[in-house]
Design a protein. Structure first.
Length: 118
């Protein structure tokens, strides 16, 4: 479970997260949508313990990342555009992953979108 309570983050005097509160159950799939610079990446970094909130709290599987030096083992995180996807090895992995996602999606009866949206 991921819980955020009143999370705020200031960087160089600029507020990048303002009073974010949410609760995500284990196994729940959540999308984060917003304009460039709206704080999506900072939110993911806070959840992963890569940055700490200026105020508020983040708890992942009962652990506050600020109190534990370990990266939360239940989190997989890919931020921005990694250069290693250009390698043929990773291209094949991604293709296989997409096929697995599509199969899982069909079994769960919900759509999976690949590529860029409008």
């Amino acid at each position: 479970m991921i819980e955020l309570l009143n999370v705020c983050k200031f960087i160089k005097g600029r507020e990048v997260l303002r009073d974010v509160s949410l609760s995500i159950e284990s196994g729940e799939v959540v999308g984060i949508k917003g304009a460039n610079g709206s704080g999506k990446t900072m939110l993911l970094r806070a959840i992963a313990g890569l940055i700490y909130p200026t105020s508020g709290s983040v708890v992942v599987d009962g652990v506050n990342p600020r109190e534990s030096a370990a990266f939360p083992p239940s989190i997989g995180l890919l931020i921005e555009n990694p250069s290693f996807f250009a390698s043929p090895h990773w291209t094949e992995k991604l293709r296989t992953s997409r096929l697995d996602q599509r199969r899982c999606s069909e079994e769960a009866n919900f759509p999976v979108s690949h590529g860029r949206g409008p």
